[in-house]
Design a protein around this ligand. Sequence first.
Ligand code: SF4
Ligand code: SF4
Length: 101
Amino acid sequence: MIKERKVNITPDMTWRELTPGGVIQDAGNAEDFKTGDWRSMRPVWNTEKCKHCLLCWVVCPDNSIKVEDGKMTGIDYDHCKGCGVCTAQCKFGALDYVPEE
Ligand code: SF4
Ligand code: SF4
């Protein structure tokens, strides 16, 4: 069994400090990284059309719909991956889906 070893690989490390083969053993994750950087499309919220039904919050796989006091307050673009699921299910046309600039 391979022993897990968390290493933050930096340019000034020597070979003795690296993992065997220079393998990065930690998977990318939303806790350590702003996974929104990987996005090519983004949802854009139209506050005027929003009915605060929160269906978008239910379906978002990244928990990126911000909610306070039972109402939608925005989108966490640091972690939204732009999958478009929220825009597809919004029945009120309150979420546009546009290419990332
Ligand atoms: S699904 Fe649409 S209408 Fe409902 S809270 Fe989300 S953006 Fe607003
Ligand atoms: S595009 Fe995907 S990840 Fe981003 S807020 Fe909508 S459902 Fe969540």
